[in-house]
Write a new protein. Structure first.
Length: 372
């Protein structure tokens, strides 16, 4: 990991030296993307990778990832529009949002997408109306402990309800082929996958008794990347996941939906320091990208690594964004050598859920993305 980051920093600094674009902007590195996309799924038998477009929907990023012939997971007509521009084939697209808009259903039907998630009777009725005969998969509720962004409350059902919904989907003329779950974004607890796969196996067994064969298991995303805290690597996670999958789902097609694990480490924010202040006992550092225009996940517990080009005395800083809102605070107790106002600050592992969350609140523009 250290060598990978060193070579990445060389490419980032060389790019900055050769361009005069005004910060803030996000640089996304092709070499890291290539390495990650070749690694994810390698340790899981019968697997297919579907990049979660929501993690970073930049069209140049999507175009580059598409060259590796992976699939894409989407949730809306806006994300579908990006894939349409690139002529991504319908058979390479799935949608795992259990509650979809009517417009998206109409456009997905027209485009020929085959795989759709659900977790309620109402959604089955919608799918049966707009997408009769399509392949559908039910979303299970599974533990999200150990994840930075839990996703277990909004979606998912328990085992008994999942089986009932699969039966109902068949009754309504759909093709119930699979099960899905999500262990939570940035999940560092490998046992979440164990519990989830065990629950999915119970659904599979009960569904089989009802004449429904589970042909696909979608294990979602959740693979973590290293910000400041050490996390399990992809190889370790997949080794443990695969052993259980071979026991419970030996001949089943496995879908994986990585987002952060693909794009996170490939992205580096280039920002500028716009102010410093001493407030009480705290040193404050203000930069031109903040919670609202790129680093929303900082308020949910994600802590980024910051790099400045200074050799002065190290101090602890509270790092804040440019807006007038008091919530626009990125981190506290960040140890950095004191930088000059006007100098650059780099924010590592910033490729995922940054630009895709960004708004123009307070009139600050959404940073551009450059694929390098």
């Amino acid at each position: 990991m250290g060598n990978m980051k060193n070579s990445l920093m060389d490419r980032i600094l060389n790019w900055i030296a050769c361009h005069d674009d005004e910060p803030p902007f996000l640089l996304v590195d092709r070499e890291i993307l290539k390495e990650k996309i070749s690694l994810i799924g390698r340790g899981i038998k019968n697997s297919r990778v579907f990049y979660a477009v929501k993690a970073n929907p930049d069209i140049e990023v999507i175009k580059y990832l598409s060259s590796f012939q992976i699939g894409f997971e989407i949730a809306s007509e806006g994300e579908l529009a990006i894939l349409k521009q690139l002529n991504i084939e319908a058979e390479r697209i799935i949608t795992s949002n259990p509650i979809k808009t009517f417009k998206f259903l109409r456009e997905a039907a027209e485009y020929g997408i085959d795989y759709f998630a659900f977790d309620s009777v109402a959604e089955v009725d919608k799918l049966a109306k707009y997408l009769p005969g399509k392949k559908v998969y039910v979303r299970l509720s599974v533990p999200n402990e150990g994840s930075e962004w839990p996703l277990s409350k909004k979606f998912g059902v328990e085992i008994e309800e999942a089986v009932k919904l699969l039966i109902y989907a068949r009754k309504k003329g759909l093709d119930p082929v699979g099960i899905t779950f999500h262990v939570g974004s940035q999940c560092s607890n490998v046992y979440n996958w164990h519990i989830a796969i065990d629950k999915a196996h119970q659904v599979k067994e009960q569904a089989f008794k009802e004449g429904i064969e589970i042909k696909m298991l979608n294990i979602g995303g959740g693979y973590p990347i290293q910000y400041l805290k050490k996390v399990p690597d992809i190889e370790t996670i997949e080794l443990k996941i695969n052993s259980l999958l071979q026991e419970y789902f030996p001949e089943t097609e496995i879908f994986i939906e990585p987002g952060r694990a693909v794009i996170g480490d490939a992205g580096v924010f280039v920002s500028k320091i716009i102010g410093k202040a001493k407030r009480g006992n705290e040193n404050w550092l203000y930069i031109d990208v903040g919670v609202f225009n790129g680093l929303m996940e900082s308020i949910g517990g994600i802590r980024y690594q910051y790099i400045v080009g200074s050799r002065l005395e190290e101090k602890e800083w509270t790092v804040a964004g440019p807006s007038c809102d008091s919530m626009d605070v990125l981190d506290k107790s960040v140890l950095l050598s004191e930088p000059d106002v006007g100098s650059l600050i780099l924010i590592l592992s910033a490729g995922a859920y940054t630009i895709s969350y960004a708004s123009e609140f307070n009139g600050f523009s959404i940073p551009k993305t450059f694929l390098i």
